[in-house]
Design a protein around this ligand. Structure first.
Ligand code: MSP
Length: 496
């Protein structure tokens, strides 16, 4: 990874309340951003809201208020949720920001002047909820192939970005940059699509008469720009007025997205950047989809999981842990309450929480000396994992990182049983000091290793271990130092 990291999430539509799917992208991006900071990088972590377009206008109309009032209110809900989920974003962009709108208009102008945009008459099938035109042959049983809803036949003059010209260049780019679209299954999907279909030009305008809630085209005020064209540019525009100054933040290090928005990012956004002559982001990573007991989450099914309900019951640390531990990042996952409870009880309350409280109790009870001279193998475990983190995080293999951390936690638990400090307290105080120091230092390492995933639990572990100035970096075995300040507290993950 580079010395700077610019990490983005998608901009969330503010037509509905945030749910577990939004929280997922957000927590993954946050974990990556925290790890990058921990490893000494300069980080700009950006999130925000996608506020223009038909969906938002419809949502506002349905409530009988203006789009502006609607979006202002919804943005507050997203921001509140991110605070409750311990999201450490450095910036928050709204596509209604004046600076963003200006950037969109100036980039549109640039493309127009370069001859990359053309006005044409167009007839097509339009899916209002998805805000996308489809060709006749794309339709499935006459309906939108993406969402299965009714489409409308629309004929109108519109502006087109000449995307088709970039088909070969994009294929070449993806082929020569194997790390560009990840995971590989998504890369192959995009390549397959590009090789087997003729890329169309992209309709980037909507007549104002049909939709007024958007950014007017600088070269024709009778139109507003297509919502995706506006939204994708956020990644670039934010570097001009939200990112910390003095650093060249573009191109972004990683765009984190869900697999449903892979085409818009890997095809539309990449070719837009090519048209503008701007560098492409280093990586686009598309994660999988959460279903609820095997079904798609939707309002009509009444199975939408509200993140805050889980957070209230189980705490934010467990929620973050579960989402990133349960499913390999990139794959689809199924949410079930039983699995959540089982992870909570086994991994968190038993393996980690009990270990901390047992070790701290034994240190208080037996008053061993702090003796890091003979680490008993644990220094090796934590060195090994530190060596692998860069690669695992670089590939966004969050669940593998957690597996590795839990190997340490589990071997520490086995070590407690095998070395039986309660017997050593009677027979061998030197060995007792060695064992409890090993465990104490190991917990110090674990506290720093879990930080990107569970910053709150990490801070509480540091507090109980008495590490007063924990610092941000990844702790090595032997860094926690002395027993003097231990403050045993409530269980880290109380049994429910
Ligand atoms: N506004 C666009 C993105 C523009 S980016 C320039 C958008 N917004 S969204 O609110 O519909 O979705 C945002 C993210 O939430 C997407 O990455 C999407 O994959 C994710 N999720 C929404 N529902 C999800 C699940 N059920 N499971 C996992 N993630 C899902 O698309």
């Amino acid at each position: 990874m580079d010395e700077i990291a610019y990490i983005t999430t998608p901009l969330y539509y503010v037509n509905a309340e945030p749910h577990i799917g939004h929280a997922y992208t957000q927590i993954a991006a946050d974990t990556l951003a925290r790890y990058c900071r921990q490893s000494g990088k300069k980080v700009f972590f950006l999130t925000g809201t996608d506020e223009h377009g038909q969906k938002i206008q419809d949502a506002a109309d349905a409530r009988g208020i203006s789009p502006r009032e609607h979006t202002d209110e919804m943005v507050g809900k997203f921001k509140d949720l991110w605070v409750k989920l311990d999201i450490s974003n450095d910036g928050f962009i709204r596509t209604t920001d004046e600076e963003h709108k200006e950037t969109v208009r100036s980039l549109l102008n640039k493309l127009y002047e370069k001859g990359e945009i053309e006005k044409r008459s167009y007839t097509g099938w339009y899916c209002v909820p998805d805000e996308r035109f489809w060709r006749e042959k794309d339709l499935e049983e006459g309906k939108c192939p993406e969402c299965g809803r009714e489409v409308e036949r629309i004929r109108e003059d519109n502006y087109f970005f000449l995307m088709s010209a970039y088909q070969e260049k994009l294929i070449e780019y993806i082929n020569s940059n194997p790390g560009y679209i990840k995971p590989d299954i998504r890369r192959n999907e995009v390549l397959g699509f590009l090789k087997n279909n003729r890329l169309d030009d992209l309709c980037i305008s909507r007549p104002k008469s049909r939709l007024s809630w958007g950014i007017p085209l600088p070269f024709d005020e009778n139109y507003v720009t297509y919502v995706w064209f506006d939204a994708l540019i956020n990644y670039y525009s934010a570097t001009g007025y939200i990112a910390p100054p003095g650093v060249n933040w573009w191109p972004a290090t990683c765009h984190l997205i869900g697999k449903d928005i892979l085409t818009t990012h890997s095809v539309y956004w990449s070719t837009m950047l090519m048209g503008l002559g701007l560098p492409l982001p280093r990586k686009i990573f598309a994660h999988g989809w959460w279903t609820i007991t095997g079904e798609k989450m939707s309002k009509s099914r009444g199975n939408v999981i509200a993140p805050l309900d889980l957070v209230e019951q189980w705490g934010v640390n467990a929620f973050r842990y579960f989402l990133l531990r349960q499913v390999s990042f990139g794959m689809d996952g199924n949410f079930s309450e039983e699995q959540f409870i089982s992870r909570y009880e086994t991994d968190l309350a038993n393996d980690l929480g009990n270990l901390l409280s047992r070790v701290l109790s034994m240190i208080s009870k037996y008053s061993p000396s702090y003796d890091p001279s003979r680490p008993d193998g644990f220094e090796k475990l934590s060195e090994d994992i530190s060596g692998d983190l860069e690669e695992l995080y670089g590939e966004l293999r969050f669940s593998s990182v957690l597996d590795r951390i839990w190997e340490i936690v589990k071997s520490a638990n086995v070590y407690v049983e095998r070395s039986a400090p309660w017997n050593l307290a009677k027979s061998d105080t030197e060995r007792l000091s060695q064992v409890l120091t090993s465990l104490y230092e190991t917990l110090g390492c674990v506290a720093s290793l879990i930080y990107p995933f569970m910053p709150g639990a990490s801070a509480e572990m540091n507090r109980q271990l008495g590490i007063e100035e924990p610092g941000l970096g990844i702790r090595r075995w032997g860094d926690a130092g002395r027993f003097g300040n231990i403050k045993k507290g409530d269980p880290l993950f109380p049994k429910k």
